[in-house]
Design a protein around this ligand. Structure first.
Ligand code: SF4
Length: 85
């Protein structure tokens, strides 16, 4: 069992991640279906894919606001792979 508040191993590399405090409610998935995925036993969710554009990032941010466990985190390191201008 992971320590409370630790980053789950399944998270895709990047700035957003879910911690072991997740209760598996699935609310995040309903807000950002492209970014979250559930574990094999559906007991928790994790970041399946970092946001590919601003729309997906906004969806993750909405999920962060409504997450009842406050366990979706942002380490602040930008990971958007936008083409350089
Ligand atoms: S909304 Fe939060 S507590 Fe609920 S499944 Fe998503 S990350 Fe876990």
């Amino acid at each position: 069992m992971a320590m409370p508040g630790t980053r789950l191993e399944e998270n895709a590399p990047g700035r957003y991640y879910v911690t072991s405090d997740c209760n598996g409610c699935g609310i995040c998935f309903s807000y950002a279906v492209l970014s979250f995925m559930y574990s094999n036993d559906s007991s928790y969710y994790y970041i399946y894919q970092q946001p590919a554009d601003e729309r997906e990032e906004q969806d993750i941010r909405k999920a962060m606001e409504v997450c009842p466990m406050n366990c979706i985190k942002d380490d602040g390191v930008a990971d958007l792979q936008m083409p350089s201008m």
